[in-house]
Design a binder for this molecule. Structure first.
Ligand SMILES: Nc1nc2c(ncn2[C@@H]2O[C@H](COP(=O)(O)OP(=O)(O)OP(=O)(O)O)[C@@H](O)[C@H]2O)c(=O)[nH]1
Ligand SMILES: [Mg+2]
Length: 443
């Protein structure tokens, strides 16, 4: 069974670097003093064992990290934007989907352990202030950079639901009736044995919590050796944390039937036999069950032992169902709390360079950053646009109306090999060069 959600994660943009000079009474134009912009915040997904559905994304789909602050005078750097952490259930697969339908999806990672983290959209780096451009050849840099844009990604989250709760019992005990009473699942119900032929999953909601329960075909003596239908389906129970053991109260000797089922579970897998159980005696609406309630309870108690909770219910009339669901839900919550208290371990690919990329529970991001590979384009006759990312940010962060700044900008273009690219593209003296919002003449 699959639970799915589409969300959008938008990382913050980097702040703008500042171009300014220290003003002192004795030195009208002091040293360059513009600080760098702060980095934009990133958005990460974190596996949280207390969640088990993607339900919360019905109410909130957009996750936006903070922008970096702008750099300021006196070499003050802008603050970094706030990161955003989005908690998802353990077992969530993360795919980046295209903006349009049908575009290929990129697998980003699988959050399989509590506490695992996957950065899905990276914040933009802050731009450098002019103080950062000081060098032996340029003591009065006039340039500063705009911050990088943050990434925006559209994600498809995919949760493979594994049943938390397994319903076990003899044929006709009312397992399918119980699942029908507590979930939207509609397994077939009938008064002959082996009505249920394959496992049916249902999601049971309890307040803001939810769990998945699996109804399997009835078990009989010899089920673990292949008699009846049950054994094939016992494997579906191996990942459940809690068994709800259903027994028909209207039939004789409930204690004996409980022992039979427990023996079969144990013969199949000792871990299954050791799983925590809750016993539900069903068909309480029938008079004979009501009248013999105390006797039945004694027999069940004797077979099950002192520690197992026993509930009397009627799957048909819903009598006692709410208490049973609450008990299951609280028990699961306790078990999850215990699990999350255990230290998290992380599985992942072999570290390549001796340094474990998963050291701090971070998952590798398989996707590569989209970057503009073209440096310049000819936009019209005698007009060229610079696309080179750093060159654009440098122009956007600076005042190129200032002649000295424009001269420094040209030096930078030279060093970033943008000048070469312009020449190769065919730019001639007098042609217009566009970059960001600026335009100047090529010379
Ligand atoms: N009176 C009464 N009958 C019930 C109750 N729960 C189930 N039944 C009846 O018991 C029969 C078996 O119910 P199912 O839910 O199909 O039992 P099951 O355990 O899923 O049976 P298998 O799939 O064959 O293993 C049906 O006729 C149900 O109507 C109940 O609470 N009271
Ligand atoms: Mg059934």
């Amino acid at each position: 069974m699959i639970d799915e959600a589409i969300i959008e994660a938008r990382a913050g943009a980097g702040g703008k670097g500042m171009a300014t000079f220290l003003r002192e009474a004795i030195r009208p134009l002091g040293g360059p003093a513009g600080g760098n912009g702060g980095n934009g915040g990133s958005v990460s997904l974190v596996a949280d064992p207390s969640l088990n559905t993607l339900l919360k994304f019905r109410y909130r789909r957009h996750f936006i990290a903070g922008n970096g602050g702008n750099g300021a005078r006196n070499k003050r750097h802008g603050a970094n934007g706030d990161d955003v952490e989005v908690t998802v259930p353990v077992g969530t697969e993360v795919w980046e989907t295209g903006a349009k339908r049908g575009e290929t999806e990129v697998f980003l990672g699988d959050l399989v352990r509590p506490g695992q983290r996957l950065e899905v959209s990276k914040g933009g780096r802050g731009g450098l202030g002019n103080a950062a451009f000081v060098s032996s050849v340029n003591r009065e840099p006039l340039l500063a950079e705009a911050g990088e844009a943050g990434e925006t990604v559209k994600l498809r989250l995919n949760l493979k639901i594994l049943a938390d709760v397994g319903l076990v019992g003899m044929p006709n005990a009312g397992k399918s009736s119980l699942l029908t009473a507590i979930s939207a699942a509609r397994p077939k119900i009938a008064d002959y044995p082996f009505t249920t032929l394959e496992p049916v999953l249902g999601v049971v909601e309890h307040g803001i919590d939810a769990f998945a329960a699996v109804d399997i075909p009835g078990l009989i003596e010899g089920a673990s050796e292949g008699i009846g239908l049950g054994h094939e389906f016992l494997k579906h129970m191996q990942r459940t944390r809690l068994l709800v053991h259903l027994v028909d109260g209207s039939e004789g000797d409930p204690g004996e039937r409980i022992r039979t089922i427990n023996n079969e579970l144990g013969a199949f897998d000792t871990r299954l036999a050791g799983s925590p159980q809750i016993i539900a005696v069903n068909k309480l609406d029938l008079e004979e069950v009501e009248l013999l309630r105390d006797e039945i309870e004694d027999q069940v108690r004797e077979a099950a032992g002192d520690d197992i909770p026993i509930y009397f219910i009627s799957a048909a009339t819903r009598l006692g169902i709410d208490d049973l669901v609450a008990a299951i839900s609280y028990r699961l919550a306790d078990m999850r709390r215990e699990e999350s208290a255990e230290p998290a371990t992380v599985l992942g690919p072999e570290p390549s360079n001796g340094e474990d990329p998963l050291d701090d529970d971070n998952l590798p991001v398989y996707r590569t950053r989209k970057s503009n590979s073209r440096v310049v384009v000819r936009s019209r006759a005698n007009e060229y646009r610079i696309l080179h990312d750093r060159a654009v940010r440098l122009a956007e962060g600076s005042n190129l109306d200032n002649f000295d700044a424009l001269v420094q900008y040209h030096e930078r273009l030279e060093r970033m090999n943008v000048t070469d690219a312009l020449r190769r593209a065919g730019a001639k003296q007098g042609d217009a060069i566009l970059v960001g919002d600026w335009e100047f003449e090529w010379q």
